[in-house]
Design a binder for this molecule. Structure first.
Ligand SMILES: [Zn+2]
Length: 495
């Protein structure tokens, strides 16, 4: 095909994109001289019968064709089982590009002609043969958006958000565009159809923009003037392609926010440790926590020290965290002054205002309706915390963050609702180790029943639950005359 394209280039004719099109285009020519000039060649795979005799197997058929002088591809092999066929396919995936002809897969056939006859045909294709294609090393997809990520050095990296597409064995939804100059070199706009490949078979890259497919609705990407994480001014230093956030603490703050978001008391995304969050941020795969809900295993696999399984495990954990209890979500948001206790009170108050809010959309609509005074009046919240919550939900960026979470499939779990008020108003302090449940489980149980958990013993404490080897809280409770209960009694209260 290379030869044909060379000649077409000389003659100023459009080039063929692949050998299949080149061959089909050549045969379709009305002038046989043109077809002849293309010097097509072929391998023959099929002959019906010779002198009334039918070959009994596919292998015999190919041998017969060879004997008769037809060109037969000598690479055929008789595989005894599917594993052998897979092995051959894997071998060819590695050497397909070194052949003097283009191939996009192997055809696997049932060897016995008798079985072929029994299997027969569907409307279009034989049931005894299957084209097993190689994973494409390149694919065409659409750039749905270009966003900017901030890395450890403060460099702003534009990233193309792609319509998910399979490339070389995994699904790709993001590709780095490196910097402004690279975007200019590619000429890529938001909405463009592009060719994506994996550099070194690992890192997804946009290699070409198919400008002929433009509709006119594509949007030019402009580097933001302010940092998307901290809002500080950005600068492009002389002699460098990268644009930087001018705030030195920027990356660290963004990182801390995400670590808080995924923590156990927040969205509780297992396996997503600090180091991995940093890696994701640094590689430009996420710019904030909401982006986590748009990642695919294919996005993670290229990362250093990420095998396929690890990538999938993290995607699974993220998936599991999608259905979250309201207090945990409120905690994850990292609103100033709003800790573990406040989120319980806030969630309870939200339920009191509006009995059930089981989706994020409703929660987003709820906050503009509540006044600052109403928030500050919530028991245990007060002026400062109330103002902090009010301001957080008034900030457009925060609302947008919630909307991105909602669109990423985050929903509120029904468990959010406090089912019973059995322990309402009762304050518990936990000390020592319980045999039947962890500290976190005990806290959850108390809160589910409307009770509160406090870290220290005071006159306001109703019960101190003492497990084995209780600490100083036990002594303090005795001193203050607070009721001390053991695990057994505690479990009875929960019933
Ligand atoms: Zn910044």
């Amino acid at each position: 095909m290379a030869k044909i394209n060379q000649e077409r280039k000389k003659a100023g004719e459009p080039l063929f994109a692949n050998s299949r099109n080149a061959a089909a285009g050549s045969i379709r020519q009305l002038d046989p001289k043109i077809t002849a000039a293309r010097k097509l060649d072929s391998f023959v795979y099929d002959i019906d019968a010779i002198a009334g005799k039918f070959p009994a197997t596919q292998i015999e058929e190919l041998k017969l064709l060879g004997k008769l002088g037809f060109k037969v591809n000598k690479e055929y092999r008789h595989c005894k089982n599917l594993a052998e066929a897979q092995k051959m396919h894997d071998e060819w995936a590695g050497k397909k590009d070194k052949q003097p002809y283009g191939i996009d897969g192997l055809v696997i056939k049932v060897n016995s002609k008798k079985l072929q006859d029994i299997l027969g045909y569907t409307g279009k294709a034989p049931r005894w043969a299957l084209a097993y294609k190689f994973a494409p090393a390149k694919a065409t997809t659409v750039v749905e958006d270009i966003t900017v990520q901030v890395g450890r050095t403060g460099a702003l990296t534009p990233v193309a958000h792609l319509r998910p597409v399979a490339v070389a064995g995994s699904t790709v939804s993001r590709a780095t565009l490196h910097n402004e100059d690279e975007i200019a070199r590619l000429g890529v706009k938001i909405g463009d159809t592009v060719v994506v490949h994996k550099a070194g078979d690992i890192i997804p890259e946009v290699v070409e923009v198919l400008t002929k497919l433009r509709t006119g609705k594509e949007k030019k990407f402009l580097m933001p003037k302010k940092c998307p994480i901290c809002g500080s001014a950005v600068e492009r230093r002389a002699g460098e392609a990268a644009t930087y956030c001018t705030n030195k603490k920027c990356f660290a703050q963004g990182l801390e926010k995400i670590i808080h978001f995924v923590s156990k008391k927040g969205m509780n995304i297992e396996g997503l440790g600090d180091k991995i969050v940093e890696q994701l941020l640094n590689e430009g795969l996420i710019k904030d926590a909401a982006d986590l809900y748009y990642l695919t295993a294919g996005d993670l696999e290229p990362l250093e020290r990420f095998a396929e399984k690890k990538a999938q495990n993290i995607i699974d954990s993220i998936q599991q965290s999608r259905n979250v209890e309201l207090p945990k979500l409120l905690y994850a948001l990292g609103i100033r002054h709003v800790g573990e206790e406040t989120v319980r009170l806030l969630a309870q108050a939200i339920f009191n205002f509006q009995f059930s809010i089981f989706n994020l959309g409703k929660l987003i609509k709820f906050f503009p309706k509540i006044t600052l005074e109403e928030l500050q009046r919530i028991e245990g919240i007060g002026e400062v915390v109330g103002k902090s919550i009010y301001d957080w939900f008034k900030d457009k960026n925060n609302v947008e963050f919630l909307e991105i979470l909602r669109d990423g499939g985050v929903t509120l779990s029904k468990k959010s609702e406090v089912r019973s008020q059995k322990l309402r108003g009762k304050v518990f302090v936990l000390t020592g180790t319980m045999a039947g449940l962890t500290r976190e489980e005990a806290k959850d149980k108390i809160r589910e029943l409307g009770g509160d958990v406090s870290a220290s013993v005071s006159k306001n404490t109703d019960y101190v639950v003492a497990g084995s080897e209780p600490g100083s809280k036990y002594d303090k409770a005795k001193k203050l005359g607070v009721k001390i209960i053991d695990e057994k009694k505690f479990l009875e209260m929960l019933k």
